[in-house]
Design a protein around this ligand. Structure first.
Ligand code: NAD
Length: 351
């Protein structure tokens, strides 16, 4: 396997791996380990070229630094991407990826992400110990999605307090984009709390399930931005808050689990604020999964009760961010960034 280091300003360690034998072409980005080893999932995606894969790993690993810094997981930010199609998945590919991860000497720890599941990680585990998110029976914390959904639900309630003065969701209309692993579980909690759900998805099966099991109303994919509602909850792809969609939103709050919701972070956070919409910063509200996984690395190992208690703190974390944003007249995105940077600076000062 050929491992090539890549110098990127502001990043601790970035490298590319090429392994002709298994067909592996992958990148690992370690953005910052001030707070601990860099933990972030492994994404498998048919990137159009190497530059696109590198850009993605850099963006995602930086996001993990801020997510963990606010959530207080004691972890740094990192991520890995494999350039491949789902059909290219083989045990050999993931074993080779394990060797690449192991070359980071524990500085990068992996977990599930888009197109990479527990079964794939079991192959990765054959060649490195730097793997989390393994099955419960192996001492791991299992699938993070239900925990991400729990944290997002708590965060959505804190957002409702900010926007409506109450966390009572009875009768509130929530437009939910992407009722997938996280979105469906979140939708279930919302319906149980008395909210009315309107969903959009590009996957027909996901829509049918949300309609049949949650009683959700279904709208066409792009129409979700035009629906009159109380809360818009993005749980599909990133970048759905942009120049084209923000002027169309007819909600009072945005609260969902999708990563990188703002296409252009600073500018689009300001646009949302100017429209009088409360925005729950994505990496704060969707930290339930990383919080859950982080418990695996604590002395004594994974403990679900402790994980759930910490995930519920997302409610308080968001309330404090909303308060800072109000007091300092900054966007909620800027207020979250301030918390992350303060935590990083404090750790660097005491190191
Ligand atoms: P998933 O693939 O299970 O669900 C995503 C859903 O969005 C799918 O039903 C998919 O069909 C739908 N979708 C994709 N493109 C769409 C589009 N253009 N319009 C409408 N729907 C579309 O993924 P997931 O694990 O539920 O993750 C959802 C989001 O949450 C992602 O942005 C992910 O990065 C983020 N996230 C997930 C976790 C986790 O624990 N799974 C943790 C943090 C953040």
């Amino acid at each position: 396997m050929k491992i090539t280091p890549i110098e990127v300003e502001g990043y601790e360690k970035v490298a590319k791996a090429e392994d002709p034998e298994s067909g592996l072409l992958a990148f690992i980005g370690v953005h910052d380990t001030t707070l601990g080893p860099a933990l972030g999932g492994m994404r498998l995606w048919p990137y159009s070229d190497e530059q696109a894969a590198l850009t993605d790993v850099l963006r995602l690993s930086r996001g993990m630094t801020f997510k963990s810094a606010v959530a207080g997981t004691g972890l740094g930010g990192g991520k890995s991407v494999i350039v491949a199609r789902r059909d290219d998945k083989t045990p050999e590919l993931f074993e080779a990826m394990g060797r690449f991860i192991d070359s980071f000497g524990g500085k990068y720890i992996t977990a599930e992400d888009v197109n990479v599941g527990v079964d794939d990680l079991l192959h990765v585990r054959k060649s490195t110990k730097s793997v989390t998110g393994l099955p419960r029976e192996m001492g791991g914390s299992g699938n993070p999605s239900p925990y991400t959904a729990l944290g997002t639900f708590e965060g959505l309630k804190a957002t409702a307090v900010e926007a409506f003065g109450t966390d009572d969701l009875t009768g509130k209309v929530v437009t939910l984009q992407g009722p997938g692993s996280v979105g469906f579980a979140l939708g279930k909690s919302l319906v149980e709390a008395g909210a009315r759900l309107i969903v959009a998805d590009i996957n027909k099966a996901a829509l049918e399930r949300a309609h049949n099991e949650l009683g959700a109303e279904v709208v066409a994919d792009d129409d979700i931005y035009d629906v009159e509602c109380d809360i818009y909850s993005p749980n599909a792809l990133g970048g759905t808050l942009n120049d084209e969609t923000i002027p169309r939103l007819k909600c009072k709050a945005v609260a969902g689990a999708a990563n990188n919701q703002l296409l252009d972070e600073g500018r689009h956070a300001a646009m949302i604020q100017q429209r009088g919409i409360v925005y729950a910063p994505d990496y704060v509200i969707n930290a339930g999964g990383i919080i859950n996984v982080s418990l695996e690395l604590e002395p004594g190992g994974y403990n679900e009760e402790a994980a759930v208690a910490r995930i519920r703190n997302i409610f308080d974390a968001l309330q404090s961010i909303f308060e800072t944003a109000r007091k300092k007249s900054v966007t909620t995105h800027a207020a979250a960034q301030e918390v992350a940077e303060a935590n990083l600076a404090q750790a660097a000062a005491t190191a």
